[in-house]
Design a binder for this molecule. Sequence first.
Ligand code: SF4
Length: 395
Amino acid sequence: MTRARASSPSPALGARLLAWYDRFGRKDLPWQANATPYRVWVSEIMLQQTQVATVIPYYLRFIERFPDVDVLACATLDEVLHLWTGLGYYARARNLHRAACIIREHYHGELPRDIGLLMQLPGIGRSTAGALLALAHGEHHAILDGNVKRVLARFHAIAGWPGAPAVEKKLWALAEAHLPAARLRDYTQAFMDLGATLCTRGQPACARCPLAHDCAAYADGRATDFPSPKPCAAKPVRRITFVMLRNKEGAVLLMQRPPAGIWGGLWSFPECTHRSGRKIQRWCESELGFIVEHVERHGPLHHTFSHFHLDILPMVAEVTGQRPAVMEIRPAIWYNITKPDARGLAAPVQRLLLELAKHPARKIHDANGELRKTGPRGRSSQAPAVSGRARQTDF
Ligand code: SF4
């Protein structure tokens, strides 16, 4: 059977999408009940780059703790990052918090209803603003998130990477042209659902798709050829050493990272580039002011960011010295790993802390807290289990 290539927006697309949504669309997502602009906003930010199933427990905890803009704006960034720990892309949480402060100060705690004003808030782009107005108020705005880009690129067989400005412009024009006259709330949700459940990246279920009749990519048997992948340069690899300083009580030193950059504002281990136990011992003493009694190497972690790979070598250093100078000049704490408090932690840091909690400190302190003589100062040893690159934790 031959199908006509969909070269122009089909007036029937919206109707078919809505009919499909009425039968198969998702209507019981937590942010769909009582869909206030605030709740929709939080969900839309969490759903960027993240799947629904992952988001739901984070969303429920977040809304319980921060039920509205005012409560979010009054919270500390640390509290916000704590509830974001593990969700990734932490700039989203920082922007959410900053935007909440602006909304409280300039808009009496209510999200503005004007798309231009919304787009001036940190972390809200054109698609998020459109989704917010369509889902919360049923207004006539298009969205162009990853799912919609994929569906439109296939439906119209649009070549090129959707992130390229010319391609994106074309997709925006199509997204606008397809908007139906009514039921914008359902239509927006339907488009997102179709992309998430049928027109998926790897295995589109075209046989069950309400748009299959005039989908250009399907007609050509090339559904998975669209959208074109991002032209990629090889990602560079950075190598760092996490120095996990543990004191005689078993607490671990964490330092707060600068507000900008990777894991901005989160708590993490001191970092250096040394790989050997002796050099790390000297670094801890000269840079941090600790006396190191024992250094132990653990299995490496591999973490991928959007623009580089990070190879992490975790080294545990048993130390003495309660409050060296570094703790006076940078935000730093002794983190009790058996009774952790509310801190924003990067995912690898959280995993390493959990592993450390399972492996108590070496018995190098006696009952009075004094160091026992366990061997030459600064000796290092290799942990028995060493992970491969693909494994995230292994000790
Ligand atoms: S027919 Fe296939 S490729 Fe086209 S929109 Fe539907 S699921 Fe996607």
